[in-house]
Unconditional design. Structure first.
Lengths: 110, 116
């Protein structure tokens, strides 16, 4: 089957660094994406890894290791506005549709 | 550039009633998606259109859900009759193309449906 697993919740304080992990099962996929969703809001695209390694976009970085079926989103210099749910997702070769993970709720405290 | 528009934003109905949602994608986006997001879960694809043709509707409960995309622009999603388990947020998204390369989907604000 195809699935992506994430921790349900992560907490951190302002200014800290937090890592949200994503482990997945699939027979093949194009790349790993990350989306942010604030309560009551729409998912918004954050980052994409087509290849293994680290992609950096400002305070956010995303990592992919296909050999380990693992990826993570790293958020640095946390701000209160980063409190949201974060989803990893991939588009598989088989179905060609975007499949989302279970989601991680990040709470940032002052 | 205007984003993906959806209406209504909220809807409360009783079970066995019918409901329809509307979506206007970003101008020029050929691909349109409808997702169902149950509270505490990730979005699940219901149906994908490429222009006005259906690409994937394998997870659409066709006995009660239907969708169309007339003229390859706006789309409507209908539920008839609704069940309690249909309570969810229905998200519409669009993208320039649906290829398996780097492709970003832009989501609308969603319609929150509560079935009583």
């Amino acid at each position: 089957g195809q699935s992506l697993e994430q921790p349900s919740e992560v907490t951190a304080v302002e200014g800290a660094i937090v890592q949200i992990n994503c482990t997945y099962q699939t027979s093949g996929f194009y790349g790993l994406s990350w989306y942010q969703q604030h309560d009551g809001g729409a998912p918004t695209f954050l980052s994409y890894n087509a290849l293994d390694g680290l992609e950096e976009t400002g305070r956010f970085s995303s990592f992919l290791s296909r050999s380990d079926s693992y990826g993570y989103l790293l958020l640095q210099e946390l701000q209160m506005k980063d409190s949201a749910s974060y989803f990893c997702a991939f588009r598989s070769y088989n179905t060609d549709k975007l499949i989302f993970g279970t989601g991680t709720r990040l709470q940032v405290f002052p | 550039e205007a984003g993906v528009a959806q209406s209504p934003r909220y809807k409360i109905i009783e079970k066995r009633q019918s409901v329809a949602f509307w979506c206007n994608p970003i101008s020029g986006h050929a691909t349109l998606y409808w997702y169902q997001q149950i509270l505490g879960q990730g979005p699940k694809l219901l149906i994908q259109f490429q222009n006005n043709g259906v690409v994937d509707d394998s997870q659409l409960p066709k006995d009660r859900f239907s969708a169309e995309r007339l003229k390859g622009v706006d789309s409507t999603l209908k539920i008839q009759p609704a069940k309690l388990e249909d309570s969810a947020v229905y998200l519409c998204a669009s993208s320039l193309a649906s290829l398996g390369i780097r492709e970003t989907q832009y989501f609308g604000p969603g319609t929150r449906l509560l079935v009583l």
